[in-house]
Design a protein around this ligand. Structure first.
Ligand code: CP3
Length: 389
């Protein structure tokens, strides 16, 4: 694919705190002349957020941009809230805090997507799987599931009863953001959720879930089925309450070899997509799995609208492998945000050029890393929002 991008103005971005911006120099404008790498654009509808228009293949002037984990520990304003409310569960289950934290990056950077502040594990307590997220340790499942009897105890999720704060928060976010950006919901994919509840938390070798998968597959399938039914309902609930697109995180699916992905992840992802399509045919679904270079074509088989690439895949190659009908998201290395402003600018332009015009949501290839300078995040958004195809 050949695409010629020219940068009209180069700016340096002054240091930025979490307070509102003062005077902002003009970001570089990138003009791209692109061959037909994606399906022909339709006419954009004005009232809809840019992110939705881009996913639908409408004629957009630039790629929409948001960042995975854009709300969180790299922001000083988030750390201030953490001092006052040290419990992650409280921060993510109290409507006022959820709304405030979700809006922190919105207020400062004006991304094109505002993601709900929550966690993929949030539904677990409503499924009778007690957990916590412990500072310095990460997710902890108090009674990891290993046997058929353990899996029997898992209740199907009823979002209205278990997480009413999620619906309320999404509704408020929709009002606050007012279609100037898309409000994004998210869920964990069945295999990734299963890996947490079987391993008891984060894992290096995933040996416990693999032992279950490869010695008692029926037990794992029963658990995966419960998560698939529950997460489909959860997406529908999020959409009903204001989410305009939903991202499915199958972060650990790539720990599976392709043949095992086809057995333990793909069918459940497909089932979720098919179920949601019946009630919300126009809700864009985004699928992310980290380290998914070996599985890209299989991710496309799930039927999602957008595949989110991590940074180990070249964007142009990813686009080619996924074909013109799917939208892509990504995929700047989160580590780039530790680089110089010029380096960040160049990498953004490289990804945008390789993704081609339309059907691209600019993002990182995984979540923002703790310690990322906020001024570099500000620079990322300034450059991204100054791009013109
Ligand atoms: O993108 C956003 O800004 C929305 C917020 C969000 C969080 N978690 C908040 C959070 C999202 C989208 C997630 C998803 C999530 N949670 C995933 C999928 C994405 C990925 O990284 O692949 C996974 C695997 C989890 C499970 C989880 N929760 C982990 C591994 C951790 C990190 C543990 C640690 O301490 O490093 C969490 C905790 C978590 N979730 C934090 C945040 C901001 C950090 C803890 C804190 O702020 O106190």
């Amino acid at each position: 694919m050949s695409c010629i991008c020219s940068i009209n103005s180069i700016s340096s971005f002054s240091a930025l705190s979490s307070s509102p911006r003062k005077s902002i120099p003009k970001p570089p404008i990138v003009h791209c002349s692109l061959p037909g790498t994606v399906a022909e654009p339709k006419t954009a509808s004005v009232a809809e957020p840019l992110l939705l228009n881009a996913v639908r293949g409408e004629n957009v002037e630039r790629p929409p941009v948001w960042l995975m984990r854009q709300a969180g520990r790299y922001m000083k304003s988030y750390q201030t809230i953490c001092e006052k409310y040290p419990s992650f569960r409280e921060r993510s289950e109290n409507v006022d805090l959820v709304v405030e934290i979700s809006l922190q990056p919105w207020n400062v950077f004006k991304p094109d997507g505002v993601i709900l502040f929550s966690d993929i594990l949030t539904p677990l307590s409503g499924m009778n799987i007690p957990f916590d997220i412990v500072k310095g340790k990460g997710p902890v499942i108090f009674n990891p599931l290993h046997t058929a009897a353990d899996v029997d105890q898992v209740r199907e999720f009823v979002p209205e009863e278990s997480v009413p704060y999620v619906g309320k928060s999404l509704t408020i976010l929709r009002k606050e953001v007012d279609n100037k950006a898309a409000v994004l919901g998210f869920v964990g994919a069945p295999f990734t959720l299963a890996s947490y509840v079987v391993e008891g938390g984060s894992s290096k070798h995933f040996s416990k879930i693999k032992r279950l998968a490869f010695s008692e597959p029926k037990v794992l399938h029963t658990l995966l089925q419960k998560f698939a039914t529950s997460m489909a309902k959860y997406i529908q609930y999020q959409a009903k309450n204001g989410a305009q697109a939903v991202q499915i995180f199958d972060s650990w699916a790539t720990e599976l070899s392709p043949v095992d992905f086809e057995e333990f992840s793909l069918p459940y992802l497909k089932q979720i997509v098919d179920t949601v399509r019946k009630t919300h045919p126009n809700l864009p679904l985004i699928l992310y799995a980290s380290g998914s270079g070996g599985l890209l074509e299989r991710l496309a088989l799930t039927g999602v609208d957008v595949v989110s690439l991590d940074w180990t895949v070249d964007m142009a190659e990813g686009r080619r492998r996924l074909g013109p009908n799917l939208a892509v998201q990504g995929n700047v290395d989160p580590g780039v945000l530790f680089g110089s402003k010029e380096f960040i600018t160049n990498r953004i332009n490289d990804v945008v050029r390789k993704a081609g015009k339309g059907k691209h949501i600019l993002n990182l290839g995984h979540g923002i890393i703790v310690g990322t300078p906020e001024e570099n995040v500000a620079h990322f958004f300034e450059v991204a929002k100054g791009i013109r195809y």
